[in-house]
Design a protein around this ligand. Structure first.
Ligand SMILES: Cc1ncc(COP(=O)(O)O)c(C=O)c1O
Length: 378
């Protein structure tokens, strides 16, 4: 298999056979001329079922995550919904990290629970707690590592064996790491989930999601429901993500390097009570992160000594760090998870501390980022 960056640029992206176009064309068509009834060219009949731009993205994502089937969705949550309603039945049970993304928790606890899905939030970094939460009806352990926004680390290999011992699947949301830094399928996970809205899209201009698996039978069931449930990625959105994958490696290197500078600054700052970053040797998940990731990524969270007011002030004062939800784009963002991205987890076991600030460290010049944080924390 060729190297990661070579795959990111070439997998599924051969020059167009009709014209030689080096970039995969955006096939803005809903339907395809048939050569006689049922005479499909390349298997394409209708763009919900198949579109060549989306096929190229599927092939690229499968190559990057080292899976066999990848599917692109209209959003990360659309991918999650299709996955859970494919592998679970009403009455089944899901074990999920007690610090899962708030939207994932809302999907499971408010939407799929009405359909009959049961769930238990646990500390995934404690294998005994995970084992204790397993039931005969547990179909899925849902893991985000690093997690959003607390940057907790779960041992993928160890959790995969707990899942498999209990007859369940391990699903890993790989949004924070991206396949450049971590490939869960190679560590025993059954399905990888992405919000491609984040690092894979990388430019804050597309909302999308993906599922990748190395299990051919599961891949077929997911592909069937991808079409049957219909939450597919559009040709334009597929094209944008495909364009962005080409630079994923260089972006992630720069995100990680800038985040390391930001962390170095924050740990020394008197207004900061603690910094949550798996690259810090003091982080409880550092050794596992160092084992299963090839870099620590661009997401950094920190807690303020003076509580929520201080956290809100930093968010308000930041200038180069734009106050906004989402993450993973080239520009740096700052947010208050308790009131913004994770507000839907308020009052639940997934509630986040109110003195927490989350940074998505972009790829600007690190000195400018530090200067902005310095004035925001002053
Ligand atoms: C870790 C993680 N997973 C899933 C999602 C959901 O993805 P989307 O917003 O593309 O539906 C998000 C969104 O913020 C996320 O951060």
């Amino acid at each position: 298999m060729s190297g990661f960056n070579t795959r990111a640029i070439h997998a599924g992206q051969d020059p167009d056979p009709a014209t030689g176009a080096v970039i995969v064309p955006m096939h803005l068509t809903t339907t395809y001329k048939q050569d006689g009834v049922g005479g499909l060219r390349g298997g394409y009949e209708y763009s919900r079922s198949g579109n060549p731009t989306r096929t190229a993205l599927h092939e690229a994502l499968a190559a990057l995550e080292e899976g066999t089937t990848a599917l692109a969705f209209a959003s990360g949550l659309a991918a999650e919904d299709t996955l859970l309603r494919t592998v679970c039945r009403p009455g089944d049970h899901v074990v999920l990290g007690g610090d899962a993304y708030g939207g994932t928790f809302r999907l499971i606890s408010r939407v799929l629970s009405e359909w009959g899905l049961e769930y238990t939030p646990v500390h995934l970094d404690d294998p005994d707690q995970v084992r204790a939460a397993m039931r005969p009806t547990t179909r899925v352990i849902w893991c985000e590592t690093p997690s959003n926004p607390l940057l907790n680390i779960t041992d993928i290999e160890a959790t995969a064996s707990v899942a498999h011992d209990g007859g369940a699947l391990l699903v890993v949301d790989n949004t924070f790491a991206s396949p450049y830094l971590q490939r869960p399928l190679t560590l025993g996970a059954d399905v990888v989930v992405h919000s491609t809205t984040k690092y894979l899209g990388g430019h804050s201009d597309v909302v999308g999601g993906a599922l990748v698996t190395g299990d051919a039978a599961l891949g077929e069931r997911l592909a069937y429901n991808h079409n049957a449930m219909g939450a597919v990625a559009s040709p334009f959105d597929s094209w944008l993500v495909l364009r962005s994958l080409k630079t994923l490696g260089v972006r992630m290197d720069r995100h990680s390097a800038n985040a390391a500078r930001v962390v170095e600054f924050l740990v020394e700052h008197p207004a900061v009570a603690s910094v949550l970053y798996p690259g810090l040797p003091s982080h409880p998940g550092h050794d596992i992160a160092a084992k299963q990731m090839s870099g620590f990524g661009g997401m950094v969270s920190f807690r303020l000594r003076d509580g929520e007011d201080a956290a809100l002030k930093v968010c308000d004062r930041a200038q180069l760090f734009t106050l906004a939800e989402s993450l993973g784009g080239v520009e740096s963002l700052i947010e208050h998870p308790g009131r913004m991205t994770h507000a839907s987890a308020a009052g639940s076991p997934l509630e986040v501390p109110n003195d927490l600030v989350r940074l998505s460290v972009g790829i600007e010049d690190a000195d400018d980022l530090l200067a902005d944080l310095e004035q925001a924390l002053a």
